[in-house]
Design a protein around this ligand. Structure first.
Ligand code: GAL
Length: 692
């Protein structure tokens, strides 16, 4: 893997916070471009992304290029001082390519070939597609690699958005080669897949298929390997473009835009080969707490490259058009949501898209410049935001301070969600991760994310909502963290199987057993509609869906015990002192209130503060450089909130001194600059007041 260290990371060529959006000039007559540029300047735009879906306009016939229009608009943008996030234009194939090579179309799991007429009509494994992608990327790099407006390369677009898995014959061939690389010979594969169960021994590589509809549940390791393979196949495609760009433009940063916490691609691997992480974020406007999920998504984005700033490359100025019901954003929401991304380490606020489309699939998707033009609310609000962002210039390049990290492990995500035969389908990896994050968020902590092998040194507390697949290197890294004084919290159904999905000897938690000091006798799912209780301190917490029969070692302290049902009296939440730190095990799925009770106890026992008053609308995140803390206070709700800061400072947005208590009205934001504190500033809140 092409792991990049600091020296090899190419900087994005922009000397301001990036503000702008996707720009599709080829959907408009050239007269409109001049109006675009005028309004972009008015709105404070510093960067736009193009020509993402324009391959057919750039190469209308095989080998015949039409660069003229792109030359002209790039020059206009550059003259206006607007930087260019230049797409390689490989997000979608031209029709002539697909018609000449029908075998490059993707197939779904039922064996249907997907037709032209939308976008991304390609199989990620297709050699024809890969060759053409390399050719187009080369042509783009040769033509524009020295363009003075070029800020970075934007490779493809949202890999896997529509097609992340393909079941065509070309993919099946590729899957077999991937398996040969992984297992060497058929004996290795048969051993790994545990084929003696249900008589699945393979005697020829050609007998192996991508997992399809079969008479009954499919081999779990075959399913898991297909997830791994599919992520790797897309990564190979990404690397083909990276290699071409590195050859021709070795100093220009490369990226591909992610889709927040996206199950299908292992973003740790993708981030390792690019220069800068970029993300597209579409919190659901109809969900009043969607900013909580956004906080975890952004925690992942900043963590993918060790805390370096990332770029919010797409978001919506108001409604999307791909949901069943597309609710617009209330006035003020655009601002607070955008600044939330900046709070979490983004050096950009960008939108899909600059000018609202007149035709096509996305004409009802909001844009910076709505159908009403300059008068549109989205233009007025984004323009105000663009101009306000200039005041936040000091935060560019700074990093988020966090004491807590959450382990995200794609193998465990896939393993526990691709498989049909599990103790229960109610324990969902992503739901667990989000529920654990939500509690930590509500208790006042911004949460980073980290691989199961670390690095953990930066953190006081590392939480592992689920590590279904656990191997020795992960257990060793976690043990080293705890021994040196860290605090570890591990969730249910962890340490169950190894990387080939074989249950660890002695059962769960496998290699985590000697850290946690517990053994799981049986997983104990709870039937739908029923609930159990757990006694925690003086509280009684509800348990739904999942419990476990635990036996704990003598040196393990029981913090919470089951209080009902067959498990009555058995440990449910345990804590053990290990070296200078502690290791906790949580065996049940707790409900939101119970999560708060438990995590408040965990945080305080680990010496970290936790909020008494909880209001998920009130968020505080600190970015810092060596000398200054910039504490973002965000009110995501419509009622006012009073935040109490540990130290006074100056609000970058208003220039006002803040004496320590900052009251913010509906969707209010303050960014308080103060001298860098020794420990991460912890902001508390007072109960929500009624708006006048
Ligand atoms: C993204 C995509 C954009 C646009 C946007 C609409 O997934 O990258 O091209 O379709 O969604 O929300």
């Amino acid at each position: 893997m092409n792991q990049l260290d600091d020296e090899h990371i190419r900087p994005v060529r922009i000397d301001a916070l990036a503000f702008g959006g996707d720009y599709n000039p080829d959907q408009w007559p050239e007269e409109t471009w001049h109006e675009d540029i005028r309004l972009m300047k008015e709105a404070g735009i510093t960067m736009v992304s193009l020509p993402i879906f324009s391959w057919p306009q750039l190469e209308p016939e095989p080998g015949v290029y039409d660069w003229g229009w792109l030359d002209r608009i790039l020059d206009l943008l550059h003259e206006a001082g607007i930087r260019i996030d230049l797409a390689t234009a490989t997000a979608t194939p031209p029709s002539w390519l697909l018609r000449a090579h029908p075998e490059m179309a993707p197939w779904d799991s039922e064996g249907h070939r997907l037709e032209f007429g939308s976008r991304q009509t390609y199989c990620p494994s297709s050699p024809v597609w890969r060759e053409n992608v390399a050719r187009m990327t080369r042509a783009m790099a040769e033509r524009y690699g020295e363009h003075p407006g070029l800020a970075m390369w934007h490779i493809s677009n949202e890999y896997g958005d529509h097609v992340s898995r393909c079941w065509c014959p070309v993919t099946a061939e590729h899957f077999r080669r991937w398996l040969q690389d992984r297992y060497g010979d058929l004996d290795g594969l048969n051993e790994a897949w545990g084929v003696n169960v249900w008589g699945q021994r393979y005697t020829s590589w050609n007998h192996i298929e991508t997992p399809r509809k079969a008479p009954g549940p499919v081999n779990p390791t075959q399913l898991l390997d297909f997830e791994r393979f599919s992520s790797d196949a897309m990564l190979e495609l990404f690397r083909i473009e990276i290699d071409v760009l590195r050859e021709i433009t070795p100093d220009i940063a490369v990226t591909t835009n992610f889709m927040s916490m996206f199950r299908d691609l292992d973003y740790w691997d993708f981030a390792a080969v690019e220069d800068v992480v970029t993300d597209d974020a579409y919190p659901e406007p109809a969900d009043p707490t969607s900013h909580v999920g956004a906080a975890l998504n952004y925690g992942l984005m900043r963590s993918l490259k060790g805390g370096r700033p990332w770029l919010l490359l797409e978001s919506s100025a108001s409604a999307t058009s791909w949901r069943d019901v597309n609710v617009p954003k209330a006035p003020g929401k655009i601002r607070v949501e955008s600044l939330q991304a900046v709070a979490h380490g983004s050096d950009a606020v960008m939108f899909f898209q600059w000018r609202q489309a007149k035709y096509g699939q996305e004409k009802f998707h909001s844009s910076m410049l709505g159908h009403r033009g300059e008068k549109s609310r989205s233009f007025q609000e984004t323009k105000a935001l663009g101009n306000e962002l200039k005041r936040l210039e000091p935060v560019r390049g700074t990093r988020v301070r966090s004491r807590v990290a959450l382990v995200i492990d794609w193998d465990s995500w896939w393993g526990s969600s691709a498989i049909e035969s599990l103790p229960s389908q109610r324990l969902q990896w992503a739901q667990q991760a989000r529920a654990w994050h939500r509690a930590l968020y509500a208790l006042g902590h911004p949460v980073d994310t980290v691989r199961a092998t670390g690095p953990f040194e930066k953190y006081d507390v590392v939480v592992v909502p689920n590590l279904y697949i656990a191997e020795t290197p992960q257990a060793e890294a976690l043990r080293a963290f705890v021994e040196s004084g860290g605090h570890l919290v591990v969730g249910p159904f962890s340490g169950v199987v190894d990387a080939t999905e074989k249950v660890h000897d002695g059962g769960a938690p496998g290699p985590l057993r000697d850290i946690l000091g517990v053994e799981i006798d049986e997983q104990w799912p709870i039937a739908d509609g029923l609930a159990e209780r757990l006694a925690y301190g003086g509280d009684s917490l509800e348990v739904l869906h999942w419990a476990e029969w635990i036996e704990a070692d003598a040196d393990v302290e029981v913090r919470g015990a089951y209080a009902t049902g067959v498990l009555d009296g058995l440990p449910a939440v345990t804590r053990r002192t290990v070296g200078a730190g502690s290791a906790w095990y949580v065996s049940a799925i707790l409900q939101p209130e119970g999560m708060l009770t438990m995590f408040r106890d965990v945080l305080r026992a680990c010496g970290l503060p936790a909020r008494d008053d909880v209001n998920v609308d009130a968020e505080a995140v600190t970015r810092a450089d060596d000398t200054t803390d910039y504490t973002f206070l965000l009110n995501h709700g419509a009622s006012s909130v009073a935040f109490t800061l540990p130290a006074p400072g100056v609000d970058l947005l208003t220039g006002a001194d803040s004496a320590g208590v900052v009251e913010l009205g509906a969707y209010g934001v303050a960014v308080v600059a103060s001298p860098r504190a020794a420990s991460v500033p912890f902001v508390t809140i007072n109960p929500v007041k009624e708006t006048a």
